[in-house]
Write a protein that binds this ligand. Sequence first.
Ligand code: DQA
Length: 147
Amino acid sequence: MSVTGPRIEVMHGVNLDQLGRRDPAHYGGLGLAELEMEIATAAADLGLVTSFFQTNHEGAFVEHLHDLTVDGVLLNPGAWTHYSYAIRDALELTGLPAVEVHLSAVSEREAFRQVSVIAELCCGTVSGKGPDGYREALSLLKEALPA
Ligand code: DQA
């Protein structure tokens, strides 16, 4: 059976490969592979096809954005969210519908986490809902895709 539907790139940034080792009070107990399986299942329920990317290297994240050939992007850049104008500019270059997602409630944490340099380029932001937030983010992204 061939898989069809709008293609969504799910991009995880710095330190997200360490999920499962990070503070479960903020990030829950799932590892990245388990989280990505949940995301892929949620996406399939919505008729979306996902591919995944994670790196701890900012330039690699930027270059992956440059090379995207998908219909939309769901991104959790981790700490880069709060200060990387390079990622912001590369996201703008994609011209793609994008939704920002964070496992933790960034708006209730340290002041530096309350800033997002990508938010204005995104059609939605979901935070503080753990893995379920990705399901909500996928729904928002689906609504933003051209008909
Ligand atoms: C995060 C929040 C960021 O502030 C943090 O640096 C992360 C993960 C989240 O998913 O809650 O690495 O993006």
